[in-house]
Design a protein around this ligand. Structure first.
Ligand code: ZN
Length: 486
């Protein structure tokens, strides 16, 4: 029996306590930003019991010695961040694409570096990416893993994800070569490897209750012919996989891609789909997505910097879609969610200001996106996109305890007048003190747990150097422009 005696303004879980001895942790006296309107923001306590949030309230009373008590009085307590679009394995090549355009990234990563990656490279990259995410407070990620050259590659990527302790969707994404097929003759798509997808589903993900579940990162109508798109969506839906795809981004001939409309006409849109980027979709396409409940994943920093197009945040909001956010690739940008949130805030504001200057009018009086908006994008909206709204994304009693404690006494943070503003604009991974995934501490007192970072970093550096040598590419190298281009 629980000895919890919540005060009158606390919120109790309606779920039954689980069997067996309870593991309990009480976060005492934190600045709680719950992202659940029913719970609100408060200075108070949060009780974790058996991996779940058991209660949130002020002055929760517990029997002496019945829980580990953590003093949260110098912390903001916020839900773990959720990244809806990240190619974790590419973290092995961190920084390689910093000065590459999107075209240079496709030319080099998809044709040269990626195909040279061995299973071990996928394991190391996925581990690096997952721990990087956890360290900065990302507790759940959709791993868009589109370099599945062989079953060994897949096994290694899945194993790394399972070992890392991050909540995740392993998005099986076929091969990089398949993603390039429509860019050159004969403009055909090879079918996805159905037998392999079924193997992965039954071997690793026979249940959907684990910390890691399976998704399908499909090529979608921008990168595959419609016969392949139809087959992929049918297979993904038969197997109950969350389906993610790149759509409506720069590089390809955007004029000839009314693909959301085509999916709509064929009755293929649905709320199990996540559309990544969406930079060049039309108002009508956003409306179709909204009607069908399709999620929109924007990756603001690399979209703005590499050439996908501007993050379409205002257009999405106008259509009634609350976007979620992702990092995309650590080959080009860093892996923390704070920078992504700041780009998601600055870009729509900057575009509105630019428009008013071009129209020779005063800057807009009211800003179009708020700090709380982007914090929602990075938490509860990410959970919705991943189909995990009932599991994570807010500090709601009954949900899994995916929680981040951010220091308020760090030089970059104090004084915390508005905790939401502090999270979005002043926090960094250095201020992420403690991270829980399903109630288990994966970072504590500023240190990642359960991983030998020096060992992992050393093996990654050796493997990355060997990979670059094998591919004949050195850091800082950039591909020559195609004939006639400059
Ligand atoms: Zn991507």
């Amino acid at each position: 029996m629980s000895t919890l005696s919540p005060s009158s303004n606390s919120v109790r879980s309606l779920t039954e306590p689980s069997e067996g001895p309870a593991t309990r942790t009480l976060l005492r006296g934190g600045r709680i930003v719950s992202m659940d309107p029913a719970v609100g923001d408060l200075v108070g306590d949060l009780l974790i019991e058996d991996g779940r949030i058991a209660a949130v309230g002020t002055d929760l009373e517990i029997a002496e010695g019945s829980a580990e008590v953590i003093d949260a009085s110098r912390h903001i307590v916020v839900p773990g961040f959720i990244d809806s679009h990240r190619h974790l394995y590419q973290s092995l090549l961190r920084g390689m694409a910093t000065d590459w355009s999107l075209s240079q990234y496709f030319t080099t990563m998809f044709s040269v570096l990626g195909p040279n990656m061995e299973p071990e490279h996928l394991a190391l990259g996925t581990s690096l990416g997952a721990y990087d995410a956890l360290d900065s407070g990302v507790t759940a990620v959709y791993d868009y893993s589109h370099n599945q050259t062989s079953p060994d590659h897949t096994d290694e990527a899945v194993r790394a994800l399972l070992d890392s302790g991050i909540r995740s969707v392993f998005g099986y994404g076929g091969t990089l070569a398949q993603h390039l097929e429509l860019l050159s003759p004969p403009f055909k798509s090879t079918p996805s490897n159905e037998a392999e997808i079924r193997r992965v589903r039954s071997q690793y993900f026979s249940s959907d209750s684990g910390l890691v579940t399976m998704g399908f990162a499909v090529r979608g109508p921008d990168n595959a012919t419609m016969d392949v798109v139809r087959a992929d969506l049918a297979l993904g839906r038969e197997l109950g996989l969350r389906i993610n795809t790149h759509i409506g981004m720069g590089v390809l001939d955007i004029a000839d891609r009314p693909h959301v409309t085509r999916l709509h006409k064929e009755g293929l849109l649905g709320d199990d789909l996540i559309f990544g980027h969406c930079n060049f979709l039309t108002e009508e396409e956003f409306r179709l997505m909204a009607d069908a409940g399709v999620s929109a994943s924007v990756t603001p920093e690399d979209e703005a910097g590499m050439g996908h197009g501007w993050p379409p945040i205002v257009q999405l909001l106008k259509a009634g879609i609350r976007p979620n956010i992702g990092i995309d690739t650590c080959m080009a940008v860093g892996g923390d969610p704070f920078t992504a949130m700041r780009f998601a805030l600055a870009v729509p504001r900057g575009l509105a200001n630019q428009r008013s200057m071009e129209e020779d009018s005063a800057n807009p009086w009211q800003l179009n996106v708020s700090a709380r908006d982007v914090l929602e994008f990075a938490t509860i909206e990410g959970a919705r996109a991943l189909g995990m709204e009932s599991v994570t994304g807010s500090l709601t009693p009954g949900k899994q305890a995916d929680i981040v404690m951010i220091r308020t006494d760090h030089i970059s943070m104090a004084p915390v007048l508005d905790p939401v503003a502090s999270i979005v604009h002043h926090a960094s991974r250095q201020t992420v003190d403690t991270v829980f995934v399903a109630g288990k501490a994966v970072k504590r007192d500023g240190e990642l747990l359960g991983v030998d970072i020096a060992d992992l970093a050393g093996r990654a550096a050796d493997a990355a150097a060997a990979l670059l040598e094998k591919a004949g590419i050195s850091p800082g190298w950039a591909p020559m422009p195609p004939e006639g281009d400059h």
